[in-house]
Design a protein around this ligand. Structure first.
Ligand SMILES: [Zn+2]
Length: 305
């Protein structure tokens, strides 16, 4: 069978990353730009960047589909971007149809964390009949749920907002507008505030290396296990994948986090069969996950011709 090529786009608050992924599982082209290159008309701007990347890479007329990952709330039908707090021009945008109109090939849009989990499942060789949960601690607390052969989206498309489960008795304001969300204590933002208060003379990147034995940092790591164990207790998954910028920090105590997840998980099951895997992402992970997702979608449709 001839090799199929798809384009993956990963749009963040700061960077736009584009790449072409082959059905042999390779990222054959990649580029990173500032997200600010997307002008006011976000769909038109993104289509221009996509076409520009395809032309530059020498794959004109050879791309079967495009998948775009966004840090957004997306509607249930995965057609319209509803809300994107960190990106201008995408709110209430029917991105799928607008891009398809300009590009003339199938376009899929999805939450960026789902493409990170798609990347991890592909790299780890996890089969799609498994229930797999992704927990990604970056600036916020990202979560992806894969079950029944697909990403679980919920009734409105808003499933997996694990960072926004409430903490009993908390009055802390969350950036989502709600009060008491667990992300106010379980995120890179929370770690930054904690480090600024308690270790003002240490570079944040070194905080676990220099102060890892301090009780306040151990408590932070233990807190991260609360949302993770909560979802494990609800869904009893086959595999859990943990990653993100905070987990990647030098000397981050993964064994303490693992112990804490085991501590909070219900015994004897799901605790006894708990499978926790740590992952590390690079610049290309979101693009690769997007490209693989697009490959799987067109295969399901029986395409390409
Ligand atoms: Zn919140």
């Amino acid at each position: 069978m001839a090799c199929v090529y798809t384009l993956g786009a990963d749009i963040g608050g700061t960077n736009l990353r584009l790449g072409i992924v082959s059905s042999e599982g390779e990222t054959v082209s990649f580029e990173r730009k500032a997200s600010s290159v997307l002008h006011e008309n976000a769909a038109e701007g993104l289509a221009e960047e996509i076409n520009g990347h395809i032309a530059k890479s020498g794959y004109t007329e050879r791309i079967s589909a495009v998948a775009v990952g966004l840090p957004s709330l997306i509607d249930k039908s995965r057609s319209t971007v509803l809300s994107t707090p960190n990106l201008k021009g995408f709110d209430k945008l029917p991105l799928k149809s607008e891009l398809e109109k300009i590009l003339g090939i199938p376009v899929f849009i999805e939450r960026d964390v789902n493409f990170l989990l798609q990347n991890d499942m592909e790299k780890l060789g996890l089969k799609s009949e498994k229930t797999v949960l992704g927990f990604y601690v970056g600036t916020g607390f990202g979560n992806s749920i894969f079950m029944g052969g697909k990403f679980y989206t919920g009734s409105n498309g808003a499933a997996g907002e694990l960072g926004h489960i409430p903490i009993l008795g908390s009055n802390m304001k969350c950036t989502c507008g709600n009060t008491g969300c667990i992300e106010t204590v379980c995120s890179g933002k929370a770690l930054e505030a904690l480090a600024e208060e308690h270790f003002p003379h240490t570079n944040i990147k070194q905080v676990f290396k220099v102060h890892g034995n301090e009780p306040i940092l151990k408590a932070f790591v233990y807190n991260l296990a609360v949302p993770i164990a909560t979802e494990i207790n609800i869904l009893d998954p086959d595999v859990c994948i943990i990653g993100g910028g905070v987990i990647d920090m030098e000397c981050f105590p993964k064994e303490i986090l693992s112990d804490a997840v085991h501590f909070y998980t219900r015994k004897p099951y799901p605790e006894k069969s708990l499978r926790l895997l740590f992952t590390r992402h690079d610049q290309k992970s979101g693009v690769f996950g997007s490209g693989i997702f697009a490959q799987k979608q067109i295969m399901k449709r029986g395409k390409p011709e």
